[in-house]
Write a protein that binds this ligand. Structure first.
Ligand code: ASP
Length: 303
């Protein structure tokens, strides 16, 4: 595999979360311990601090979980979830918007459609930046919460078989999670239609690729499903596939498998599976808030 090494690996994640490449195994252990503690604590270490939620793309979970996390920690949020009502619609550059928000805040959570947006923001900002999704690139805080969910659901990460299914080409959560999982002793299986296979750069020896879930599900401990990223497809690709999880798949699956999805789902997991105890995607959202609390405390210098 080509190693993906970039300058941002040198930047401490406490200063800017750009990619999962910045996190070592001890960092991950520490963040997860902090998330465990914060999930049961009522302290407000970020009293007097403010973040901006700056979202150039739609978001429900990421923006509201950062908002909830900051509020629970005693801090405040400037929510800019619809940039068309800000000066962005007058043509303001990302750099100028960041320079503006750094005057009023202690940190900026940024989601943007360009892959290089986080690095551009970091290059002009004096306050910490958190990448909340940069185009088809990465979604590092989602990957951390996905990994935390795996740990909480299975009690361990090492030794597991993780199967990732759906749009593996454009799905940024898949890219970040795949890289993060490389730090552990896991077996990875990838299920996707030909047009949406995982970019070769993320593959490693020992991985297996499948064109349908039937052949991959039996030994799976974690099934991670994603939607097709329609907004990122170049033109109208006609994807001839059926990548929904069915009750037949669940019958073949292990009793202790956990089914994850970063959401939103648009048909990949039918709602009749919500009551299956293995469906962990709603618990995953709650774990996400704790992980984001842990990141905010570490980055904004809470006591
Ligand atoms: N919410 C995730 C993201 O922002 C997954 C998705 O949109 O499919 O990448």
């Amino acid at each position: 595999m080509d190693t993906i090494v970039a300058d941002y690996v040198e930047i401490p994640w406490q200063r800017a979360v750009i990619s999962v490449d910045q996190f070592t195994k001890p960092d991950i252990t520490e963040i997860f311990s902090s998330a465990d503690r914060l999930s049961v604590s009522r302290t407000t270490p970020l009293g007097g601090k403010t973040i901006a939620n700056l979202f150039y793309e739609p978001s429900t979970r990421t923006s509201s979980s950062f908002h909830a996390a900051m509020t629970k920690l005693g801090g405040n949020v400037i929510p800019i979830n619809e940039v068309k009502y800000s000066s962005v619609s007058k043509g303001e550059t990302l750099e100028d918007t960041i320079r503006t928000l750094e005057c009023y805040t202690d940190g900026i959570v940024l989601r943007h459609y360009d892959d290089d947006a986080t690095e551009r923001a970091v290059s002009v900002s004096s306050v910490p930046i958190i990448n909340a999704g940069n185009g088809a690139g990465e979604h590092p805080t989602q990957a951390l919460l996905d990994l935390y969910t795996i740990q909480r659901e299975q009690g361990q990460i090492d030794g597991l078989t993780v199967t990732l299914m759906g749009d593996l080409k454009y799905g940024r959560t898949v890219h970040s999670l795949t890289k993060l999982l490389r730090q552990f002793d896991v077996r990875l299986q990838f299920v996707a239609p030909d047009e949406l296979r995982l970019p070769r750069t993320y593959l490693q020896e020992g991985d297996t690729e499948h064109s349908n879930l039937r052949t991959a599900i039996a030994h799976t401990n974690i099934l991670y499903v994603t939607r097709v990223q329609k907004e990122r497809l170049p033109g109208a690709i006609d994807i001839d596939c059926d990548y929904a999880v069915t009750s037949e798949h669940m019958e073949r699956a292990r009793d202790d498998m956990a089914l994850l999805h970063p959401l939103p789902r648009v048909g990949e997991i039918p709602s009749y599976l919500d009551s299956d105890p293995r469906s962990a995607y709603f618990r995953q959202m709650k774990y996400g808030m704790y992980v984001r609390m842990a990141l905010l405390v570490a980055m904004l210098g809470g006591a």
